[in-house]
Design a protein around this ligand. Structure first.
Ligand code: CA
Length: 228
């Protein structure tokens, strides 16, 4: 995994380079916004750690330019007390942010989360059509069919079904589903997952003879063809 750090404070950049190298990442550093943009645009990075206040182009300008062509995950480093920076960063297309000064362990944890998420949302070309029994999902065209019949899904239902189908045969907990599809920590007080699953089931299974989406009591949900 190769990471780009765009940070003009040499001490911090050096600290991050050393620390993240020890975590097993390959690290490039850019010390200003212009170098950072060139490297981010031309290179192949799995993730970018981007400071907001930079000489040349600032972090927001860099990110806005980068997002014209690339969706590389970006964690922005913002100054303390600047809530508007965080909002602006997220609106510009940052995937996450950290407020300086931050704990190194928190940065590592957030990097891991984003890389895992990116791996889940960027399938290899041969993984763009997923099947189970008579269920077919074409991820590129965002179409799902059963027995040749189109299933009309909302964006969330499509994401949920994609997750379940990618991991078919595996029981997924509500917590994991919440993290992967809703990008939030599962709050035990809400039943958003169950409601979404029920809605998905009414479209996916109800009109057909064989149910594919099963509840595993006390554990979660699994998509599998039990009669094949
Ligand atoms: Ca700076």
């Amino acid at each position: 995994m190769k990471l780009l750090i765009v940070e003009d404070e040499a001490k911090l950049a050096d600290y991050l380079r050393k620390g993240l190298s020890e975590e097993g990442y390959v690290i490039d550093v850019a010390a200003n916004g212009i170098d950072g943009l060139h490297m981010a645009s031309d290179g192949h990075y799995d993730l970018i750690v981007l400071d907001t206040m930079l000489p040349g182009i600032d972090g927001f300008g860099l990110l806005a330019a980068l997002r014209q062509s690339k969706q590389t995950p970006v964690i922005m480093l913002t100054a303390r007390h600047r809530i508007e920076d965080r909002v602006r960063g997220l609106k510009t297309g940052a995937d996450d942010y950290l407020v300086k000064p931050f704990a190194f362990s928190e940065l590592v944890a957030r990097i891991e989360v984003l890389l895992r998420r990116a791996a889940g949302t960027a399938p290899a070309p041969d993984a763009l059509v997923l099947c189970l029994g008579d269920l077919h999902m074409d991820l590129a065209r965002r179409r799902a069919t059963r027995a040749g019949q189109r299933i009309d899904l909302s964006a969330k239902e499509f994401q949920l079904l994609t997750l379940l189908l990618r991991r078919k045969g595996e029981v997924l907990s509500r917590t994991e589903i919440a993290e992967q599809v809703w990008d939030v920590n599962f709050d035990h007080g809400t039943n958003v997952i169950d409601v979404a699953v029920r809605r998905l089931r009414s479209k996916l299974d109800l009109p057909f003879e064989r149910p594919l989406l099963h509840t595993v009591r006390g554990m979660g949900y699994v998509l599998e063809d039990r009669q094949s």
